[in-house]
Design a protein around this ligand. Sequence first.
Ligand SMILES: [Zn+2]
Length: 203
Amino acid sequence: MDQVKIGKFIAECRKKVNLTQMQLAEKLSITDRAVSKWETGRAMPDSSVMLKLCEILKITVNDLLSGEVVTMDNYNKESEKNLIEMVKQKEESDKRLLTMEIVIGVLISIVFFALIFIASLIEMEEWLRITLIITGFIPFAIMVPFAIRIEQTAGYYECQKCGHRYVPKYSSVLWAMHINRTRYMRCPKCHKKSWQKKVISKD
Ligand SMILES: [Zn+2]
């Protein structure tokens, strides 16, 4: 998808319906900065506002994703191309998220072990030692829910019994036993428990 082209198209359609960036933003309950980002090709409207945006601009989602009004002849072809492109983009962003999760994990572990190391090896007052150890746990407390959210929403889990791929509930991921990213969970389709692997694509 050509983000710059899409941006120009959004700006063009917005002017056609006589709206300023601010007015469009207000209709969508978002900031005008967000609209400006789309129009300069720095960001894409996310799925939550896409339909409403198209409705306001009097275009189809297919037009929006193509960055131009798609003629009836090309409609199916363009629509398939856009769908495939969106799946591809989701897969790439999921991969980035999962990599980020590893980076976060490594960083907080380094901080943790460094603080524990200092606290146990260096001569210091007891209260300072305890403060250091507690400080080491804080990044975990903050980042673990965030990392679990990434694991829940990026990509899919695959049931080992029936092969079903799905996005589990946050609570299922949170409480499941796990070895790295492989989690022991109940499949919503066949209802059997198995060690489910993280996969990037839906099929
Ligand atoms: Zn299953």
